[in-house]
Design a protein around this ligand. Structure first.
Ligand code: HEC
Ligand code: HEC
Length: 284
């Protein structure tokens, strides 16, 4: 009897290919970035599966947490500086830079990163910061859209979001058809896919707090994106992170900025309502 159940247990692990280990509480600490207090725990909005939304920072190792708390130790801040240079660089046939129209980002972009994705009436779909940058480059500068995950795209996105550091995430779902995109994103979030038959919720909701390999599973929040990752040595965009998680379930990865990933970005951003923008957060 014993032998048989052991064989079944082994087969089950082989099928899932993943083992969830013992769980641990997120740390009971307060995040200050250069002395500025961040909201890393917030009461969840109505209709949320959790009572409290938690920043991914609370789930990371002490060293990683320390690197995010100090701008000089945060390697992602170099990309933010690069973003500041791009902001002021003239490009395209109109002879303009971002600064030509938007002046000082510290004033004009403050709060913007906390309320994207937002409804875009021209495109009749939500746009995120990356798509807004492309829109301005194409329509207002006569420049080309960036290739997905171009270094410039990540740096400029991080620079814009960093102007909202500490501000609570809040989407306007009343604009246009935002609500139906939220619904679609929720569907995607709970749909099991891939050979491993897992949904986002299987890991970030049902197994939140557990360990998977060496990783402490968080709620999968996006308030720190683009994040700096030590293991790849650079910034990671929201949609690249989504694609990576989907690949880990051994499912086919949807294209960047596809309806599926954009809807997911709307929904997952909402799941972090009330958390401070932490861009650029630091991860292992
Ligand atoms: C010729 C002027 C012009 C230039 C140059 C320009 N923009 Fe814009 N930008 C606008 C206008 C007008 C809007 C508002 C309408 C819209 O969304 O397109 C806007 C909107 C935005 C927004 C959304 C702001 C909000 O409050 O929701 C962001 C972010 C932005 N631009 C970033 C950039 C970046 C980054 C660049 C450089 C790559 C840039 N813009 C270049 C004119 C410009
Ligand atoms: C097999 C388990 C698994 C599945 C399924 C999964 N993820 Fe993840 N995800 C992880 C792990 C492990 C990490 C790294 C540790 C952490 O931050 O939770 C992670 C990290 C993230 C992060 C970064 C969080 C941060 O604070 O930096 C986001 C965002 C995310 N996942 C979103 C998603 C979305 C959206 C889906 C569904 C498309 C998904 N994940 C599916 C395992 C998973």
């Amino acid at each position: 009897m014993k032998k048989i159940s052991l064989a079944i247990a082994i087969a089950a692990t082989a099928v899932s290919g993943l083992a969830f280990h013992a769980s641990a509480e997120p740390v009971d600490e307060q995040l200050f970035i250069d002395g500025q207090e961040m909201i890393s725990r917030a009461p969840a909005p109505e209709g949320h599966p959790f009572d409290e939304v938690l920043s991914g920072w609370l789930f990371r190792e002490a060293e990683t947490r320390a690197a995010e708390a100090d701008s000089f130790a945060n390697p992602g801040m170099l990309d933010v500086e690069r973003g500041e240079e791009i902001w002021a660089t003239v490009e395209g046939s109109a002879g303009k830079s971002c600064a030509s129209c938007h002046n000082d980002a510290a004033e004009t972009m403050k709060g913007v990163g906390a309320r994207f994705p937002k409804w875009d009436a021209d495109a009749k779909r939500p746009i995120d910061i990356e798509l807004q940058i492309d829109k301005c480059r194409v329509d207002n500068m006569g420049a080309e859209a960036y290739k997905f995950d171009a270094d410039e795209q990540k740096a400029l996105t991080a620079y814009i979001k960093h102007q909202s550091l500490g501000m609570p995430v809040k989407l306007d779902l009343s604009e246009g058809e935002m609500q139906s995109w939220w619904d679609k994103g929720k569907d995607v979030y709970y749909t099991r896919t891939g050979q491993l038959n897992l949904s986002c919720a299987s890991c970030h909701e049902a197994s939140m707090g557990k360990y998977i390999r060496a990783d402490h599973l968080s709620q999968g929040q996006v308030n720190g994106f683009p994040t700096y990752r030590f293991n790849t040595g650079g910034l990671v965009s929201i949609q690249n992170r989504f694609r990576g998680c989907i690949r880990d379930t051994r499912a086919e990865m949807p294209k960047a900025f596809s309806d599926e990933l954009l809807a997911l970005e709307v929904y997952v951003t909402w799941r972090g309502t009330g958390l401070s923008v932490e861009t650029p957060a630091v991860r292992q």
